[in-house]
Design a protein around this ligand. Structure first.
Ligand SMILES: Cc1cc2nc3c(=O)[nH]c(=O)nc-3n(C[C@H](O)[C@H](O)[C@H](O)COP(=O)(O)OP(=O)(O)OC[C@H]3O[C@@H](n4cnc5c(N)ncnc54)[C@H](O)[C@@H]3O)c2cc1C
Length: 475
């Protein structure tokens, strides 16, 4: 870092409250990447930025970028820090973080042929939904991290909400962005290059998203199948027959059990106690793995349909071998759909365990083999369970949760085993979590060659000296 840098220099650029230094920087050293949640103090210190800037409007954001450019300082854009792969972890000494959470403009344009909302990139999803809800609208974009993630973060990670089977990911809902560049200008752009670019091409200051009227009703369905193949055959039919349901999820027996989808009214102990019990159990994942066959082979399908045409028809009837479980499992899933929070993850790590998730995309025909291969690879390291969600025209996301204990090395071995097995079974190792640091060495699997070439061309044009979130996407 240039010795000419000083805090006064930065303070002149940003208004009061716009700069974080000292102890406040600890919060910017990591995000919700599970491997970083287990970091030692030394590891946290190694990733502390030099300062964090909190612009409150577009002009301040642009000035912050120009300041970084003229001084050759690395700048890491950041939303709410809910990313699970270390995408906003500073890796270059002397970096500054641009915290977008004070960018909070709001303009609803409900009278156009396609209603949209134009929002500052720092809006938290939950706050934004409540504001829209009061006006009779919704984004229909509900990531599980809704309360902990921002509109800008959604674009930068190419996020997917839980209703994506019908509405698509955020890429299907975004209508444009405004971006502050290193030249100190803010300009309106198509979102395309920024989707999944993880802040490497500029700082998003504003996002325009499609809004929809809130659905008036929801219907819940659940069926149990003898195994993954008949469940997948039914899912294909459900996707084709009446138009896609908003939610379509197929649970393996262990995931259905741990998510309590087949049990009603299960009380659970308070958070801290539950985390300690879980951490104790996770010391013996070999026992837990040996017990999981007791849960049987059956797969559970849950579907949620919303009222709008052409979805007025009921869900397609299940195949003959399936059992109709009524509304219960799907409405239980709906009620608990946000129950895994960043805070809950942190408690598990504090109690000595680890829990992580790996998201894959693959065509449906590969799914049974892919699922079996990833879980088998994880077995020596962790307890693993899985479900399929985010169905699209060609495939779906296989979402594998794995948990264990034994510290960072065991956790890292489990992670590598899961991704290696997924790639070998023909999957893309990313669906919606992004790349960050956790999947950096897998970028050529996750992004195809044309996408990487397009990113490189944008990077060269906008950031030839590699100042924007260095060490991400392409090291
Ligand atoms: C419990 C839990 C559940 C989750 N569920 C989902 C889910 O259902 N679907 C899903 O897709 N993801 C999910 N995630 C992952 C995460 O919430 C998403 O990746 C989210 O989009 C990140 O938003 P953020 O504001 O927290 O971004 P951050 O974590 O702050 O940043 C993520 C990346 O975006 C970049 N970035 C952030 N803001 C800007 C900006 N203004 N300009 C330029 N770049 C920026 C950062 O540099 C970084 O590279 C979950 C995470 C947790 C912890």
């Amino acid at each position: 870092m240039s010795p000419a840098l000083s805090l006064d220099d930065l303070k002149r650029t940003l208004g009061p409250g716009g700069l974080v230094t000292g102890a406040g920087l600890r919060a910017y050293a990591r995000d919700s990447w599970p491997q970083a949640l287990g970091w030692s103090e030394a590891q946290i210190s190694a990733h502390l930025p030099w300062a964090a800037m909190r612009p409150s409007n577009e002009e301040e954001a642009a000035a912050a970028l120009a300041w970084a450019a003229t001084r050759g300082v690395a700048l890491v854009p950041r939303g709410a820090g809910s990313g699970v792969l270390g995408a906003c972890v500073p890796v270059r000494e002397g970096s500054v973080v641009l915290d977008a959470t004070r960018l909070l403009d709001f303009e609803l344009r409900a009278d156009s042929s396609e209603p949209v909302v134009r929002v500052g990139a720092g809006w938290l999803g939950g706050d934004l939904e409540r504001r829209l809800d009061a006006l009779g609208w919704s984004l229909m974009n509900f990531p599980q991290s809704l309360e902990d993630s921002t509109a800008g973060g959604w674009i930068a990670t190419d996020a997917f909400g839980q209703l994506s089977t019908r509405y698509g990911g955020v890429r299907a809902q975004v209508r444009g962005v405004r971006v502050a560049g290193l030249n100190g200008a803010v300009r309106a752009e198509a979102a395309g290059p920024h989707l999944g670019a993880e802040g490497t091409l500029g700082a998003l200051t504003e996002v325009t998203l499609r809004v929809r009227p809130k659905p008036a009703s929801r219907r819940f369905y659940a069926y149990e199948f003898p195994g993954p193949e008949p469940a997948l055959a039914w899912a294909r039919e459900a996707m084709a027959k009446n138009g896609p349901p908003s939610v379509l999820r197929l649970y393996g027996p262990v995931d259905a059990f741990f998510n309590g989808l087949k049990r009603s009214g299960a009380g659970s102990p308070a958070g801290a106690l539950r985390s300690r019990v879980e951490a104790l159990l996770l010391k013996r994942t070999d026992w837990l793995n040996a017990l999981t066959p007791l849960l049987g082979e059956k797969w559970l399908a849950v579907a949620v349909y919303e009222d709008e045409a052409p979805f007025l028809d009921a869900a397609p009837p299940p195949a003959r071998e399936a059992a109709d479980l009524g509304e219960g499992p799907a409405s239980r899933w709906w009620a608990r759909r946000y129950h895994l929070s960043k805070e809950r993850l942190e408690r598990t790590f504090a109690a000595g365990g680890f829990v992580d998730t790996a998201d894959f995309w693959a065509p449906l025909e590969l799914m049974p083999g892919l699922d079996a291969a990833v879980r088998a690879a994880l077995r020596p390291h962790a307890l693993a369970f899985s479900h399929l969600s985010h169905f699209d025209a060609a495939g779906a996301c296989l979402y594998v949760t794995f948990a264990g204990s034994g510290g960072g090395e065991r956790h890292a071995r489990a992670w590598t085993a899961a991704l290696s097995a997924g790639a070998a079974a023909g999957a893309s190792v990313n669906h919606h979590h992004g790349i960050g640091l956790g999947k950096l060495s897998w970028i050529q699997n996750a992004w195809d060659a044309p996408r990487l070439a397009a990113w490189r061309a944008h990077k060269l044009a906008r950031d030839p000296h590699g100042l924007l979130n260095p060490g991400k996407i392409c090291p």
